[in-house]
Design a protein around this ligand. Structure first.
Ligand code: ATP
Ligand code: MG
Ligand code: MG
Ligand code: MG
Length: 481
């Protein structure tokens, strides 16, 4: 099968290997880079070379890099294209080839190697990058109406306020050419899918903000494996590719729900489990243990969210906390079986991964059990208070938030339990508390970010955190690169 995820990865690597690129392994999800918690892109392991701090060993390289992007966690299952864990295929030039070759090869790979119809591929370039525009148009032959100039935010890469930087150019796939060229908007993800990003590192930004050309010009690229698989396998989203779908099938089997018959809400839940279980297995495999700090906090939150989502789906048929046994290890087993071509180490570490996962899932069950007493107390209070005041029983917003923040009780579960007892939820009050919490954690993130810019180690500096709900996962600081 030429379009299986494993074949696509191999064909990409072979394509660049036969063009003089050294094939290098993925680096660990635990990055050496002090500015990020986890590996967010293929370029990270080469950053010291790009920054001129370390001499290059080879002029060109190609990798399939395991990545985690916690900033995309809210997108999981809600967009058709975002994962927390994904593989980024990349080709890199360390002061060797530059814009012309990078563009031509990206096109050749897409059209000749993978057979994408040329009129389905659209291009974005940085608005001031006339050179890239010209290469795409005059040398590659892309008509001007399919090349869009975009601004700094989308199409200019920097690694900080000063230092190496440069314009990017991205390749998008058009699922709906019948909608025409007039209104075409590359940001419209019901029509377009970004799949390949080319970064042309050609300037050094000086202290005064001005740009000077770099002596050593570099190429850094990233192509999302799951996204190309989605295009080539002709499925409606990344989750239905052979890279993720078997995990979803396992979860739907345990939940006794059929994915294709499920409503949208259940589909999203199955996608969350499919996504998070992958991330969890690869994080545990790379030695990240659940904890309340830094990376450990990321994996703990992913595990808890996957477990809760499983309960909401009806896995084990009970979401009140008195669950016996863990179910995530069963789903993780499927991820491990699928891991050989992604990371051959995972199978060797399987028993440690499964053991750790089981312990953490049961630990979470115990946490919820402790919360259950508080929930029952608050429900009883609400009922007796209602009797006295002759109003309908209602659980206060700050109690719902307390359960959420301290015991990890998702609002959905609290609501479900409360309704069973005939108690309503002060959802508005909860939202107010939540908003206040968001504001505060945002302020905390800004502090972390400043530390990072001062060269500190983010993983060390993320303070010990109590369970503060899921949104705190998406710290911007984690994805600064
Ligand atoms: P998007 O705009 O879709 O969020 P991006 O511009 O943030 O993507 P880049 O930083 O350019 O992505 O990363 C390079 C490539 O990696 C993307 O073109 C895409 O194919 C892939 N990619 C990025 N983020 C994700 C993700 N969360 N899940 C799956 N693939 C991703
Ligand atoms: Mg993104
Ligand atoms: Mg983008
Ligand atoms: Mg991009």
């Amino acid at each position: 099968n030429l379009v299986s995820g494993d074949s696509i990865r191999r064909r990409f690597i072979d394509f660049y290997a036969s063009r003089g690129h050294k094939v290098l392994p993925s680096s660990s999800l635990v990055s050496d880079d002090p500015t990020v918690l986890l590996t967010i892109a293929g370029m990270l392991q080469f950053k010291p070379i790009f920054l001129g701090k370390v001499p290059r060993e080879v002029p060109r390289a190609t990798t399939a890099q395991k990545c985690i992007r916690t900033n995309d966690v809210e997108n999981v299952g809600r967009t058709s294209r975002h994962h927390t864990f994904f593989e980024m295929l990349g080709n890199f030039s360390f002061g060797d080839y530059f814009k012309r070759e990078a563009i031509r090869w990206a096109w050749e790979l897409s059209i000749e190697e993978f057979g994408l119809p040329a009129d389905r591929v659209w291009i974005s370039v940085y608005e001031e990058d006339d050179e890239a525009f010209k290469i795409w148009h005059e040398e590659v032959g892309v008509p001007v109406e399919r090349i869009k100039r975009m601004g700094e935010e989308d199409n200019f890469w920097t690694s900080g306020a000063t230092g190496p930087c440069g314009p990017c150019s991205e390749l998008y796939y058009d699922f709906h050419p019948e909608r025409g060229v007039d209104e075409a908007d590359l940001e419209d993800d019901s029509r377009f899918l970004e799949f390949y990003n080319l970064v042309f590192m050609q300037y050094n930004r000086k202290d005064d903000g001005s740009l000077e050309p770099l002596k050593q010009q570099n190429i850094d690229t990233g192509l999302g494996l799951e996204r190309l698989a989605r295009i080539l396998q002709k499925v409606p989203n990344n989750y239905e590719t052979d890279l993720v779908y078997p995990i979803i099938q396992k979860a739907s089997e345990l939940a006794a729900v059929s994915y294709h018959d499920a409503d949208d809400k259940k589909k999203v839940q199955l996608k969350i489990i499919g996504d998070h279980t992958r991330a969890i297995v690869y994080l545990l495999s790379d030695g990240v243990l659940p904890s309340n700090v830094g990376r450990g906090y990321v994996v703990r939150q992913l595990i808890r969210r996957a477990v809760r989502t499983g309960w909401l789906l009806g896995i084990k048929g009970n979401c009140k906390g008195n669950i016996e046994g863990a179910f995530l290890p069963t789903i993780a087993q499927t991820v491990i079986e699928m891991s050989t071509a992604i990371d051959p180490e995972v199978k060797a570490r399987a028993s440690r991964i499964i053991g750790e996962l089981q312990r953490e899932e049961l630990r979470f069950v115990q946490t919820l059990e402790r919360g259950e007493k508080l929930l029952e107390l608050k429900l009883a209070e609400a009922l007796s208070c209602a009797k006295q005041s002759e109003r309908s029983p209602c659980l206060l917003g700050n109690d719902v938030f307390l359960l959420y923040a301290t015991y990890g009780y998702p609002v959905e579960i609290t609501t479900e339990v409360a309704i069973e007892k005939g108690v309503e939820i002060d959802r508005e009050g909860f939202d107010v508390e939540m908003e206040e919490h968001r504001r505060q954690s945002q302020a905390n993130h800004n502090i972390v970010k400043l530390d990072v810019e001062n060269g500190g180690d983010l993983a060390e500096k993320v303070a010990d955190t109590e369970f503060l709900g899921y949104d705190t996962l998406s710290t911007k600081a984690m994805v600064q690169s």
